[in-house]
Ligand binder design. Structure first.
Ligand code: NAP
Length: 256
């Protein structure tokens, strides 16, 4: 009988915050948690609660899923650069009249000593690098490598979680398969060992990949930062704790 009364939360995941949120939300009584993954990473972190994998099929597909599975709350905890799914989620939640929250890590802020060059796209980052770098640490993600593939005068150290898909355009250099968190010592060592003269990075925020920014600051290495894209204008929180607070509040509202 009790399961019939349970409320359902769908978390759009693929980040460490989403993993932490699923673990925290799963212990809230009367709540069933489902995390959705796009299916890009071969071995995603273990998740607490139910997991579904793969795209929904745009806004219509997501809205149909929300209705079919009788989802009560939707939290978008995807990566700040996963813009499409966030806009889809905002639209589908509106269509289904569902309480919707975005959990978005705040971007890193430029500190004294940082030599950041902020650009709007990977294509713009490639142009900047072509003018001033010879050995680049590329930490932009597997799916964005192609934008740098025609920079034949640059040697790239490319760090990705999974290898590029077969046939994908990959710049000249070395592939390093690794997954954060990374230590400052590790990042220092890489930058020196490979004689890196520029880094290209997203502004992911959070601690797990921040050490490269600190190492670059300490070594005086420029970092070309691809800025975040606009996000839907919806309710947002910046950490898991606040997302849990929002959820408890929503549960109270629906349970009376
Ligand atoms: P995206 O460009 O915003 O989304 C493209 C399409 O992938 C979406 O329209 C959706 O397909 C599907 N999708 C994305 N996230 C999904 C999810 N959590 N569950 C089900 N379907 C999802 O996303 P992306 O940048 O490719 O990122 C994909 C996943 O990787 C996300 O879960 C994100 O959190 C994670 N990630 C991304 C980055 C990054 O830098 N972009 C970094 C770390 C982790 P349909 O339209 O068919 O529903």
């Amino acid at each position: 009988m009790e399961t019939l009364l349970k409320k359902r939360l769908l978390i759009l995941g693929g980040t460490s915050d989403a993993t932490k949120l699923a673990a925290r939300a799963s212990v809230i009584s009367g709540l069933e948690v489902i995390t959705s993954l796009a299916g890009r990473t071969r071995q995603p972190h273990a998740l607490t609660g139910n997991v579904r994998i793969g795209g929904f099929g745009g806004v219509a597909g997501l809205a149909a899923y929300l209705r079919d599975r009788e989802i009560n709350f939707l939290i978008d905890a995807t990566h700040p650069y996963a813009a499409q799914i966030s806009f889809n989620a905002a639209e589908a939640a509106k269509e289904c009249n569902l309480p919707f929250l975005m959990l978005v890590r705040p971007p890193w802020q430029k500190q004294e000593g940082d030599r950041w060059i902020e650009v709007e796209s990977n294509e713009a980052a490639a142009i900047v690098l072509s003018k001033q770098a010879k050995r680049v640490f590329l930490t932009i993600g597997r799916q964005e490598l192609a934008a740098y593939a025609n920079l034949n005068d640059i040697w790239f150290l490319m760090r990705t979680i999974d290898p590029p898909t077969l046939g994908a355009l990959v710049p000249n250099g070395k592939l390093l398969l690794d997954r954060g968190p990374f230590t400052l010592e590790n990042e220092h060592k890489l930058l020196i060992e490979y004689q890196i003269d520029a880094i290209a990075s997203k502004n992911s925020g959070g601690d797990a990949t921040y050490a490269k920014i600190v190492a670059a600051r300490e070594l005086g290495i420029p970092v070309v930062i691809v800025q975040r894209k606009p996000q839907p204008a919806v309710e947002q929180v910046i950490d898991v704790e606040s997302a849990i607070g929002w959820l408890l509040n929503q549960l109270q509202l629906v349970n009376g």
